[in-house]
Write a protein that binds this ligand. Structure first.
Ligand code: ADP
Ligand code: ZN
Length: 619
């Protein structure tokens, strides 16, 4: 039997302070932890970086101390289990993982520890949890009262609506069928209604309490810019605002990932590619480097990032439009988990809008699925073209009301808008005239040439110089016309169809043509800059308020941390995260007692590292 400790050391708050060294729970953590520790089921919806891990780790520890045995953590992310378990062992919690990378001896040793109930948490992938052998082990644990809790991480993988669907997750309903009295906690950062309903139904969580946290991530600044030489825009963004920072750049295709990474390397950055077409070993190596080294830019498809809990990712950039707001929010949410300033930056253009629509149209999916996908894309386009607060729109998409945030591009630099009604009518009527003239459709380039009155070969060929709309738009530049067209497509008045993206009017264009609707369009705005005073090229980022001696102490502490991390084969942030190091540098504690007061320093780490840190900090 595992040792049973007294009541006071089992209180969740005591565990938070003693084990993790944090002073207080955040947001709904306390309510969730109390509910689960008491043995009830829960479904937790919390944004990335909100602090989901503690929601099952603290109950797992509390219940283990109360003699209830082992918590099984189901996670799809085999590649991350080593670090997750390493982080727990660092704070003195006995944990392990079972997956295909282990030797037979290690597997047997871990199984013995588990079966004896000594282990607090065991991480395993869904296919392992549902296999026959493991089910028999669980049954034996359960008979002896040592099966404490099931935590199902990334629970949205059970839903076919998301892009993370995993067949194995469907089998997890057996946990409830076989062990109905063992509490279950499902967690996810995906919050839309479809996915939520799927999780409840497929995991049989009808009686679980649902905890929905605010999805706001106030430290992330959202910026969406128009495409105008996107690589240069990206480079300028990284150099001006994130020199030496770790970040993720998302691209849609594998080829673009490779090319972008190559190019960034040529520009002197350290960039690594990551996509499903790379060898598994290469992927793992790149992921490890991203987690363990400072200042790496990961250029990736959406295949990268789920479950990556690196807290100091300072920016997430998108070179292509994501599929929908859920995806965008999940991907951008990987920035700034530590609560420090972070950027979500996206560049998009007319071609993105057209391509995304076409991908939906041409997919083999059923019609109602396509309809939902189109609706989701429209919501994303509306976000991209918005003149008002991005955050208000994002949060309202997730059903939350909020006030203008003061930390997005539109709040910081309200975009100039103009009355585009007239321009829109010219453009729409030009598309209409093409059709009237020769029953033909044309693409954006030719349309803009005609509006601007350019006598190209194509214009001659089709006799379009005779149209009444020829040259009516000479007052706007080609770029301005592209912006007008993009917004008309985003608003759904124009569609681009077929192999050549030829343009056609929709039903709603009629009201605009008649002048019944007024259109306020946005003018292109430059992205606001975050000043990074005092940052030398290539130097790793330090919190802005650290200066002089404190900054020197921070650098010393980082050097010390890097050594420990290498010795333990763990990412540096698992030893201590930047926020904790910065606090140490600020306060400069001189005794173990003072050091123990710093947030992020628990009992075990104080014991293990206290003396060393005091030595580093000695004046
Ligand atoms: P999620 O899994 O929801 O994306 P994590 O569990 O990785 O988020 O937590 C994000 C970061 O916030 C981690 O570095 C974690 O240590 C920290 N954190 C979570 N809860 C607290 C808390 N109550 N006090 C201080 N830091 C916390
Ligand atoms: Zn805002």
């Amino acid at each position: 039997m595992p040792p049973v400790s007294d009541d006071s050391s089992r209180s969740p708050l005591a565990i938070l302070q003693e084990v993790f060294g944090y002073t207080a729970f955040r947001g709904q953590q306390q309510a969730i932890v109390d509910h689960v520790t008491a043995g009830h089921d829960a479904l937790v919806l919390m944004p990335t970086g909100g602090g989901k891990s503690l929601c099952y780790q603290v109950p797992a520890i509390a219940r283990h101390r109360a003699g209830k045995g082992v918590t099984i953590v189901v996670s799809p992310l085999i590649a991350l289990m080593h670090d997750q378990v390493g982080a727990l062992e660092e704070v003195g919690v006995h944990a392990a993982f079972l997956n295909s990378t282990l030797s037979l001896e290690d597997t047997q040793r871990i199984e013995r520890e588990m079966m004896a109930g000594r282990m607090v948490m065991l991480y395993a992938a869904p296919e392992r949890v549902t296999n026959l052998r493991f089910q028999a082990q669980l049954a034996s644990l359960h008979e002896r009262g040592l099966l404490s809790l099931f935590a199902i991480d990334e629970a949205h993988c059970v839903s076919q609506w998301g892009h993370d669907f995993r067949e194995d997750y469907l089998q997890l309903s057996m946990l409830h069928e076989r062990f109905p009295d063992v509490p279950r906690l499902a967690l996810t950062a995906t919050a839309d209604d479809h996915t939520r309903a799927d999780m409840i139904e497929r995991l049989q969580l009808q009686d679980a309490r649902v905890f929905i946290s605010s999805f706001d991530r106030p430290n992330i600044r959202y910026t969406l810019v128009e495409k105008d030489n996107p690589r240069q825009q990206l480079l300028r963004f990284i150099r001006d605002e994130h020199d030496g920072d770790a970040g993720i750049v998302y691209c849609q295709s594998r080829r673009k990932v490779e090319e972008t990474a190559d190019w960034l390397n040529q520009q002197g950055l350290t960039a690594l590619p990551y996509h499903a077409g790379l060898d598994a070993k290469v992927r793992q190596r790149h992921q490890d480097r991203f987690l363990r080294e400072d200042g790496i830019v990961m250029v990736a498809t959406v295949a990268f990032g789920m479950g990556i809990d690196k807290p100091d990712v300072r920016f997430v950039a998108h070179l292509d439009l994501p599929k929908n707001i859920e995806g965008y929010y999940q991907e951008t949410g990987r920035a700034g988990r530590d609560g420090g300033d972070a950027d979500a930056w996206l560049t998009y253009g007319l071609a993105d809008v057209v391509n995304q629509r076409r991908m939906i149209d041409e997919s083999p999916a059923a019609d109602d699925f396509k309809r939902i996908q189109r609706g989701k894309l429209d919501a994303l386009l509306a976000l991209a073209e918005a003149h008002d607060c991005r955050r208000v729109r994002l949060l309202s998409y997730f059903g939350e009301e909020s006030q203008p945030c003061g930390n997005c591009d539109n709040c910081l630099r309200p975009p100039a808008t103009w009355d585009g009604t007239d321009a829109a009518r010219k453009l729409l009527s030009c598309i209409y005239r093409f059709w009237q003239h020769g029953q033909q459709r044309f693409g954006a380039g030719h349309l803009i040439d005609v509006l601007r009155g350019k006598e190209t070969d194509k214009v001659q060929q089709y006799g379009h110089q005779s149209l009444s709309t020829f040259g009516v738009g000479a007052d706007l530049s080609e770029n301005q016309w592209r912006a007008v067209l993009r917004q008309l497509i985003a608003l759904g008045h124009v569609v681009a169809e077929g192999e050549y993206n030829t343009l056609a009017l929709t039903e709603s264009a009629r009201a605009v043509l008649k002048g019944e609707v007024q259109l306020t369009l946005r003018e292109a705005a430059e992205a606001p800059r975050r000043s990074k005073a005092g940052k030398g090229a290539g130097k790793p980022a330090a919190p802005a308020d650290l200066t002089g001696d404190a900054l020197a102490r921070f650098a010393d502490l980082r050097a010390w941390r890097a050594e420990v991390a290498r010795e333990h084969n763990l990412p540096a942030y698992i030893v201590f995260n930047d926020a904790t190091l910065a606090d140490m540098a600020r306060v400069a504690p001189q005794t173990l007692g003072e050091l123990g007061q710093i947030s992020g320093v628990g009992v075990k780490k104080l014991q293990a590292y206290g003396e060393q840190i005091l030595r580093v900090l000695k004046p």
